[in-house]
Design a protein around this ligand. Structure first.
Ligand SMILES: Cc1cc2nc3c(=O)[nH]c(=O)nc-3n(C[C@H](O)[C@H](O)[C@H](O)COP(=O)(O)OP(=O)(O)OC[C@H]3O[C@@H](n4cnc5c(N)ncnc54)[C@H](O)[C@@H]3O)c2cc1C
Length: 597
């Protein structure tokens, strides 16, 4: 049977020690948020995830969702658990108090979402109302806000995002869904959206769909897309829920993983909707939701990496196979546990290091989100926003790419028992596989990093990353105890700078150079970011160890050492393939791909 224990100690290390939470508390908006409150929220959340959500994860995967006469029924227990989450205030504790939320800092979203997704990713996908809440807060007029925000904040209503259509995936310029202005100022939406997460269910009193559509006279392409809010049930003038709107779930998908999450085909038939924000600016408004969802998907990868690691570790400690190469470690037993084997330790440490690296990166960006929204000083606000913009594709793509490796090596630790269903590992591998696909594929995230983020604000974003990293290297280069961390970090930074230079030089002459380099560049960026965070973590832990041994800090230093010596050298290989350029990829004629009979 799989197990889950929320890694609260490491979460606290990330949000409180690595990124000093006292700084967040200095923001007026969060002046009242005490350490005790943060601890209480996280430990109560951990209890909820471990005892309510995790037990539903494996049965939910086996049972899947049901579709009967346009209605979706989630796996047994999901609806009741959602009700408990609403009652406990767990749906959106980050929503403002005026709407019924708790106004908690976004810094806590990283551990909050990690616990939710690790314990039950399918269940967590029903929480999209949070991103709807945020998008409406940012872009809707006051009347729409008053109508929707309170019930979204508390989870009484759920939400969805509707972008994808059969002919329109990555290329949203191909959107066909139609929105026609009505005499009363509302719009009638008609069209089909596919792959819509939690498009239909009976957890909430209403489902609020955020829909991209185009008006009849809109310009072609992405410049003609607008954003509409379309409720499943019409909302009456007094705020109560009324008749059915023209929105129907036509089918649900049968898929590889996250089987407890319903993925719906949604039909809109003259459904009544209201325009959100400006006409034809829908894509940029939707980006608020998409960016939030991208961070969330990165954290989904982190949650699955961690739970896979936890279960592989527990198994490796119990399973007896073979003897240590240096002689029996447990001669009284018929064989040594798997833990003694170097190859098993390599796999466990890979999953451990990549999970902890992901946790630090997610905590960093979550912290910057608070500053980007609530800092008094406009420069601080801008700097944090820049960093969030730059790192969002990295969090989404790099952490979820790492999740493929973490779940796969964790399964490998169990051998055949990983491949069968009993231990849960095969589910984590299947569930993790969606994370590089939805919310913009990882290939597209890499193009975003290289194509948009490097040049955004006349190249202002990249120095937001290189700045603090360079300062750290400079401040610690002379420290002999830190040499083993700072030197490899410094080498990785040089590799990243060279890769940036190569792209900047080649891409303006041939855009395919950027396309061919994007995935390699993403990997170099991701590993370098983890190296910076591990170097900082090692410094902090070595300081703590001066006042006495502590297993947690020792483990942190040793994991940082493993990362620097066994994983970070991968950047050299990515650099070599990046430098090889576009020719080996684009030089081959389409016919030469075969088949050759
Ligand atoms: C389980 C699940 C849940 C989902 N939930 C939602 C949801 O709630 N709401 C929603 O709107 N959508 C949702 N989606 C859709 C998801 O976001 C899309 O699948 C994704 O954006 C990719 O689109 P596509 O599948 O059409 O692939 P395509 O766009 O056809 O892409 C296929 C491949 O081509 C690559 N590619 C495409 N264009 C380019 C390019 N210009 N340059 C380089 N490479 C390119 C992609 O990276 C990908 O590898 C969901 C999908 C799934 C499977």
């Amino acid at each position: 049977m799989p197990q889950y224990k929320a890694p609260l100690r490491d979460m606290q290390f990330a949000i409180r020690e690595l990124f000093d939470f006292n700084e967040t508390r200095k923001l007026k908006h969060y002046a009242e948020v005490t350490d005790e409150l943060v601890d209480m929220v996280l430990s109560e959340m951990a209890k909820f995830c471990e005892t309510e959500l995790f037990p539903l994860n494996q049965p939910g995967d086996k049972e899947g969702c049901h579709f009967e006469s346009g209605k979706v029924r989630a796996p047994k227990g999901f609806k009741e658990a959602f009700k408990k989450a609403v009652e406990a205030g767990w749906i959106n504790p980050f929503a403002e108090a005026e709407h019924g939320g708790q106004g908690l800092p976004l810094a806590i979203t990283a551990p909050y979402n990690e616990m939710l997704t690790a314990s039950n990713l399918s269940f967590q996908t029903y929480f999209l109302g949070n991103a709807v809440y945020h998008a409406l807060s940012m872009h809707a007029n006051d009347a729409i806000k008053a109508k929707y925000l309170p019930n979204l904040a508390t989870g009484v209503w759920a939400g969805t995002m509707n972008l994808t259509e059969p002919q329109c995936g990555t290329d949203l310029g191909l959107t066909r869904c139609k929105a026609e202005l009505q005499p009363d100022g509302t719009y009638a939406l008609t069209g089909t959206k596919i792959f819509i997460t939690s498009g239909e269910h009976d957890f909430a009193d209403n489902i609020i769909h955020m829909v991209l559509a185009r008006t009849p006279d809109a310009p072609p392409g992405v410049k003609g897309i607008s954003l509409f809010v379309v409720p499943k049930l019409i909302i009456n003038a007094d705020g109560s829920v009324g008749d059915a709107n023209g929105v129907n779930c036509e089918a649900i998908e049968h898929k590889m993983g996250i089987k407890g999450s319903c993925t719906c085909v949604m039909g809109f038939d003259k459904a009544r909707g209201e325009l959100v924000g400006e006409l034809n600016k829908g894509l940029s408004h939707m980006f608020t939701m998409m960016n939030e969802a991208r961070l969330l998907v990165g954290i989904q990868g982190l949650g699955l990496s961690d739970i896979a690691y936890q279960n592989a570790l527990a198994y490796a400690r119990e399973r007896l196979q073979g003897r240590s190469l240096t002689g029996p470690k447990y001669p009284e037993k018929p064989a040594d546990p798997l833990m003694v084997h170097a190859d098993i330790r390599r796999m466990l440490l890979t999953a451990k290091a990549l999970s902890e690296g992901g946790r630090m990166l997610a905590s960093w960006i979550a912290r910057e989100l608070d500053f980007s929204l609530h800092a008094d000083n406009p420069e601080t606000k801008q700097a944090s926003d820049d960093l969030v913009q730059l790192l969002t594709p990295v969090v989404k793509a790099f952490i979820t790419d790492c999740a493929q490796e973490c779940t796969s090596v964790s399964l490998q630790v169990l051998g055949g028992y990983g491949y069968i269903q009993d231990y849960g590992l095969e589910q984590y591998v299947r569930d993790a596989r969606i994370t590089p696909i939805y919310e913009g594929t990882n290939g597209v995230q890499s193009l975003d990093l290289i194509g948009r983020k490097l040049s955004m604000g006349s190249g202002r974003l990249l120095p937001r990353f290189f700045g603090p990293v360079g300062e750290f290297i400079e401040a610690n280069t002379g420290d002999a105890a830190l040499k083993e961390f700072v030197e490899p970090l410094s080498n990785a930074v040089n590799t990243l700078m060279n890769a940036t230079g190569t792209i900047m030089t080649k891409a303006p002459k041939n855009p395919d150079e950027a396309g061919a380099a994007a995935t390699d560049y993403m990997a170099i960026f991701g590993y370098t970011a983890y190296a910076y965070l591990f170097a900082r973590a090692a410094k902090l832990s070595l300081e703590k160890l001066k006042s006495g041994d502590d297993l947690f800090y020792r483990s942190k230093v040793e994991t940082a050492r493993f990362f620097m010596t066994k994983l970070l050298p991968r950047v050299q290989s990515f650099s070599a393939t990046l430098e090889a350029g576009a020719a080996p990829v684009m030089g081959i004629k389409d016919e030469a791909f075969g088949p050759f009979g």
